[in-house]
Design a protein around this ligand. Sequence first.
Ligand code: NDP
Length: 296
Amino acid sequence: MTAQIIDGKAFAATVREKVAGHVARLKEEHGITPGLAVVLVGEDPASQVYVRSKGKQTVETGMNSYEHKLDASTPEDELLALIDKLNNDPAVHGILVQLPLPGHLNEDLVINSIDPAKDVDGFHISNVGLLGTGQKSMVPCTPLGCLMMLREYHGSLSGMDAVVIGRSNIVGKPMAQLLLGDSCTVTIAHSRTKDLPEVVRRADIVVAAVGRPEMVPGEWIKEGATVIDVGINRIERDGKNVLVGDVDFPSCAERAGAITPVPGGVGPMTIACLLANTVTACCRANGLSEPEGLTA
Ligand code: NDP
């Protein structure tokens, strides 16, 4: 079998189009412009690239983008004061604090100081609890993007065996909750899992979120399974810097029914879902019906 490529880049463009459509309607019919505030502390180069890209796409979809760049040595109380100001600003519907934060800042404290209704990253403990109990929440962007692609490809996921490799709070755990919410039978694997190849071989859906370049070989993949590769790993190959995922793409593509590439798979969907979450947050804040197909 040669897998169908799930084109995250193209799908992300359709999500952005939907977002832009909703934004235009919000402006026309209600005079509301959704606003996303992004807070960057320090000068981490990768974070700067992400923040730039988020700001650009926010504006391209017709929303207001508010960027707050703070010095790496910013004291915690100053950052918390900024978040409090954004929490109380009616023009701001979504707040994202770019992670990781410099070591002197308590990430949990900072994230949990964001108003849960504006927590477009879905990391606030209230949103984690709401997602875990199947209630309406803000859903973390990367797993939401994976879910959207799986729904688009399969329609219903009900009854499918899904394995999520990785149990991080930002990807693995919320991904598992979302798959459970769509009635998959879910296994979460991690570094202590016994016989990972055998666990993966059972799966109709494999989501790899490990952070280890090309760790999953094709021989672990059940014939016809769907493989979602969350990993973003920069490696050197033939003297060049290349980006690879957590699965070995060529061998997995030979056995899978469908697979996301790296780059061009999960990555573009993450920012598209951030925009989608901002529109959702704006609608909820204004008591308006939520856009269809942009939430879990
Ligand atoms: P973390 O490092 O937080 O978590 C990695 C998980 O993988 C852990 O649960 C760990 O298990 C597990 N793991 C590590 N080694 C193994 C192994 N040998 N076998 C099985 N499981 C293993 O990573 P993240 O969840 O933050 O990110 C995962 C990947 O996804 C990274 O490559 C990251 O860059 C990428 N990513 C991509 C995004 C996108 O937009 N496309 C967004 C976010 C992340 P244990 O808990 O036991 O240590």
